[in-house]
Design a protein around this ligand. Structure first.
Ligand SMILES: NC(=O)c1ccc[n+]([C@@H]2O[C@H](COP(=O)([O-])OP(=O)(O)OC[C@H]3O[C@@H](n4cnc5c(N)ncnc54)[C@H](O)[C@@H]3O)[C@@H](O)[C@H]2O)c1
Length: 261
């Protein structure tokens, strides 16, 4: 799929899945706003260099996705600096590895602000920009296998991703009259910093050696290998491009065969 002179903003693009998505959309022909926390500026600069090597323009926009004003400012900056706005990928997110009985109010607030509120702010900011520019657009959200099935010890995370699935379905219906599509990708076990953290925390809880929890989860994947950011990015490429013009409100599992729905 190739596009010309289109702009996509990807949150959490400094590393992991977000970086993979940013690079894939650049290959597809998008100019890219690499949006991430200010502390990720150095990593984001590396991603920008990789995008520029692909012949596309890229800028870093500093954003804390849990802050509504920040997200609006990031979308404005991307549109102004790259000369348009067509796609937002609400990818940034965090995991927490805590049994439900032990989650604190602060932890719950934090994961919902970063994983759920952020998606609504991203939708609002993107729609405002699409309206201002007088064009349709595409909104793509990060769900998870944990948006389809609840995973023990990842209770708040699962709840936050179930919420993303609900938001995706509602936004798709509300925004269809504007010809805006809203979809989500649901990865399985991707080898990123997030799984380093989950594996480390699980080993403290269940006493298994480091790496064992990750290995056991990967052993359960039908296609027999851990997922890469590039695997996820292929699905996002589809949602960002014209081949998905008649697809909206969907959460697509991209998990190598873990869940079946
Ligand atoms: N890794 C997996 O196995 C997996 C599986 C399913 C879904 N996901 C989802 O994919 C998305 C990306 O995950 P990842 O594995 O690449 O994680 P990661 O931890 O490697 O990267 C997350 C990125 O988001 C950024 N970020 C975190 N909080 C932010 C905030 N408040 N504002 C702006 N940026 C922020 C981080 O700086 C980082 O660059 C997340 O939504 C995650 O829930 C990951």
């Amino acid at each position: 799929m190739t596009v010309t002179n289109k702009v996509a903003l990807v949150t959490g693009a400094g590393q992991g899945i977000g970086r993979g998505i940013a690079l894939r959309l650049a290959q597809d022909g998008f100019d890219i706003a690499v949006a991430d926390l200010a502390v990720q500026a150095e990593k984001a600069a590396g991603v920008i260099t990789e995008i520029e090597a692909l012949g596309r323009a890229a800028v870093f926009v500093s954003v804390d996705v849990s802050q509504r004003d920040d997200v609006f400012a990031a979308v404005d900056a991307a549109a102004q600096r790259l000369g348009g706005f067509d796609v937002i990928v609400n990818n940034a997110g965090i995991a927490q590895v805590t049994p439900l009985s032990e989650i604190t109010e602060d932890e719950l607030d934090s994961i919902f602000r970063i994983n759920v509120n952020s998606v609504i702010w991203g939708i609002q900011a993107a729609v405002a920009k699409f309206d201002e520019l007088g064009r349709p657009g595409k909104i793509i959200n990060a769900a998870s296998i944990a948006s389809i099935q609840g995973f023990p010890i990842l209770g708040a995370y699962s709840a936050s991703k179930f919420a993303v699935r609900g938001i995706t379905q509602v936004a798709a219906q509300e925004l269809a009259p504007k010809n805006i599509t809203v979809n989500a990708y649901a990865p399985g076990i991707v080898g990123t910093g997030m799984w380093d953290l989950i594996d480390e925390k699980l080993s403290v809880i269940n006493g298994k050696p480091r790496g064992q929890n990750l290995k056991e989860n990967v052993d359960g994947i039908a296609l027999g290998r851990i997922e890469t950011p590039e695997d996820v990015a292929k699905v996002v490429s589809f949602f960002a491009g014209p081949d998905s013009d008649y697809v909206t409100g969907q959460v697509l599992l991209v998990d190598g065969g873990m869940l079946y729905n």
